[in-house]
Design a protein. Structure first.
Length: 434
């Protein structure tokens, strides 16, 4: 990567914020994965409820605060000094992680779900600050690189959270380890949050609207009216939807078509996460700091094409379904050359997604007035959540009507073409604005 990009890690303008957001994403996913594992191996059986029902309930309650409180979070981020808010939000995380330690130790489902919802609420308030403060800290030619590093770091944190959470919680007696890690990460994140430079209030005269439903409606209408924010938010939300569809289908694809066990599923998810990070960094290098949407149309076409290659590389469903006794482990899977095209194609899918989303985040930040930037990010978060929830529900409905997982992936790959027009319009508007 370019030298300037990596030099950001040597600046106080970037490093404390990066560490703070990295550890926050790591904690969210570490706790969430621990809960998913406990539900699967123990809690669902004790409660007499299917694991998928409890898991979807927990994840849904994590996402719910993004719908309800993003508007309030955006208003607070614009009105008050952001560094002070970071410290309070991270201190809140320490309290959640201390409570989470008790929840994990006693393996209390209801308490763990409450903590997970609290983490979702905390993320709701941190998101508009994280992306809203970045343009104030970075020079214009650094903003794209900073976003690329933030995005890559987020997906690495997600991956580490999934790996560590699953690995540690699977061993009896190791609950103290995961509890200690969560509390330590929260404390370190609070300390680094204090080091983020102050940038002042963006909109000190803003009046906070306490009615969350009315303020959310106003927030979304305001974002939708902008000829630049609207297509950028649609593109970002589409990529989050696309990623959620792939993450949701990977376990079944790996198990039913490739005969891989849970270690193989983890490998495939890891490839997807690493691919998004690599794509984010690659787009930064290609654009060389230019804030532009010129990559988006080509990356969307590439995303659809590589997605079809991924589907083509998958083996047919075997005549005799795989079972717990016939699935293969990580070593056997990797040593089979026929599996490599699928992994390469999947990494390509993720890289194309990363190349779409980073420039669009940067455009949303750069072309939104400073006094309303955090509210624009908050609106984006609401749309992201709605797209992910809606896309997953549509996929579930189509599967219930008889479509296969492969047909769903093909359908969403072709649907990328619907995004070409707004992407090209955004490209033209950015060029005309400069």
């Amino acid at each position: 990567m370019g030298r300037t990009q990596w030099q950001l890690f040597g600046t106080r303008r970037f490093l404390p914020l990066f560490i703070t957001q990295f550890l926050g994403a790591l904690n969210d996913n570490l706790f969430r994965q621990a809960l998913v594992i406990l539900i699967t191996v123990k809690l669902a059986g004790e409660m007499g409820i299917q694991p998928s029902i409890l898991t979807n309930l927990a994840i849904g309650l994590f996402i719910l605060p993004f719908f309800l409180f993003s508007a309030l979070a955006g208003q607070l981020a614009d009105k008050y000094e952001k560094t002070n808010q970071i410290v309070w939000i991270k201190a809140w995380e320490i309290g959640l992680m201390v409570a989470g330690a008790f929840a994990v130790y006693f393996q209390n489902f209801y308490m763990m779900v409450a903590i997970l919802s609290g983490l979702g609420l905390q993320s709701t308030f941190f998101g508009p600050i994280k992306y809203g403060v970045l343009p104030d800290l970075m020079k214009t030619d650094e903003l794209l690189s900073a976003n690329a590093l933030i995005e890559a770091g987020t997906f690495v944190a997600i991956l580490l959270g999934i790996l560590v959470g699953g690995l540690v919680i699977s061993h009896d007696g190791d609950n103290f380890i995961i509890s200690g890690l969560m509390i330590a990460f929260a404390i370190i994140g609070t300390l680094t949050g204090r080091l983020v430079p102050r940038t002042g209030q963006a909109a000190p005269e803003l009046t906070i609207r306490r009615n969350i439903f009315a303020s959310t409606g106003t927030l979304l209408k305001g974002a939708w009216k902008s000829d630049i924010a609207r297509p950028a938010i649609i593109g970002i939300s589409w990529i989050w939807l696309y990623g959620s569809i792939y993450i949701a289908q990977i376990p079944e694809v790996v198990y039913a078509r490739m005969g891989g066990d849970k270690t193989v599923i983890t490998l495939v998810i890891a490839c997807f996460s690493v691919g998004i990070g690599a794509g984010a960094l690659l787009c930064s290098r290609i654009l060389r700091g230019e804030i532009s949407a010129r990559l988006a149309p080509r990356a969307l076409v590439g995303l659809g094409a590589v997605s079809l290659l991924f589907v083509w590389a998958l083996p047919d469903v075997p005549s005799v379904p795989f079972s717990a006794e016939t699935v293969v482990g990580l070593e056997a899977f990797i040593s089979t050359a026929a599996n490599w095209p699928m992994l390469v194609a999947l990494i390509g899918v993720a890289m194309m997604a990363g190349m779409v989303i980073v420039p669009l985040y940067t455009i949303l930040q750069e072309y939104t007035p400073r006094e309303g930037r955090s509210r624009a990010i908050a609106a984006n978060n609401v749309f992201n959540s709605a797209f992910m929830a809606g896309g997953t529900l549509v996929a579930a409905a189509l599967i219930s009507l008889g479509l296969t997982v492969i047909q769903i992936l093909i359908l969403y790959a072709v649907a990328n073409l619907l995004l070409l027009r707004p992407a090209r319009s955004l490209k033209s508007r950015i060029e005309n604005a400069n």
